[in-house]
Design a protein around this ligand. Structure first.
Ligand code: PAN
Ligand code: ZN
Length: 195
């Protein structure tokens, strides 16, 4: 039996996760080609400075069965056209694995979607716990003016499928309408064909 030493990290609302951190993953707007509806606006923003959209601070839990991968996502405020900054979004590769998110700072939404087009949105703010049940794809969206900071934990063997969302998108977009978040149909959404 491999016995892992207990460890702890600390959440800093500006710095993300500090202390015991395995790695830090940064996504700039240049990494998010094709994610936003207004591709021209995205390309212009990349040329004008390529803002940091989000960072994921990953605690050093093994990515294998029995463990709990966890960390902190810091999603910055901003918009591409009318669309708020958001994460790429994914399904778990091992589809029957769930996830828990906990809102630490900022305000936003999570959009969750099944492979057959059922979608839901859930508001997230400090103190909100969101349960992402097995089989639901998920994406976080910052609809506020300050970073949206989220703690997450999911089974170590879950894995990530980004390709499906890259090809289908989510059924809904979250856009600013007179300064307020509005959930609208995604004209590019392509539902998957059930097997
Ligand atoms: C989270 C996400 C994180 C970044 O840890 O990975 O918020 O979002 P993307 O992975 O969609 O870029 C999670 O849901 N892990 O399973
Ligand atoms: Zn996930």
């Amino acid at each position: 039996m491999d016995l892992l030493e207990p460890f702890s990290s600390r959440v800093d609302l500006r710095e993300g996760l500090v202390g015991t951190v395995a790695h830090r993953l940064s996504r700039r707007l240049s990494d998010l080609r094709g994610l936003f509806l207004d591709e021209q606006a995205r390309a212009e923003m990349v040329a004008l400075g390529d803002p940091l959209v989000y960072e994921v601070f990953v605690a050093p839990a093994p990515e294998s069965e029995g463990h709990l991968c966890h960390g902190v996502t810091v999603l910055h405020p901003g918009r591409v056209g009318d669309e708020y900054f958001m994460t790429k979004g994914h399904y778990h590769q091992k589809s029957g694995t769930a996830e828990v998110y906990y809102g630490l700072a900022g305000t936003g939404l999570m959009i969750l979607q099944t492979r057959w087009g059922v979608w839901r949105t859930v508001d997230i703010a400090p103190g909100t716990v969101v349960y992402v049940p097995p089989h639901w794809g998920h994406r976080s969206i910052n609809t506020g003016e300050v970073p949206l900071v989220l703690l997450y934990a999911f089974p170590g063997d879950a894995g990530h499928d980004y390709g499906t969302i890259e090809s289908t998108g989510f059924a809904r977009l979250v856009v600013a309408d007179n300064g307020h978040p509005s959930v609208v149909e995604n004209p590019r959404y392509a539902v998957e064909i059930p097997p």
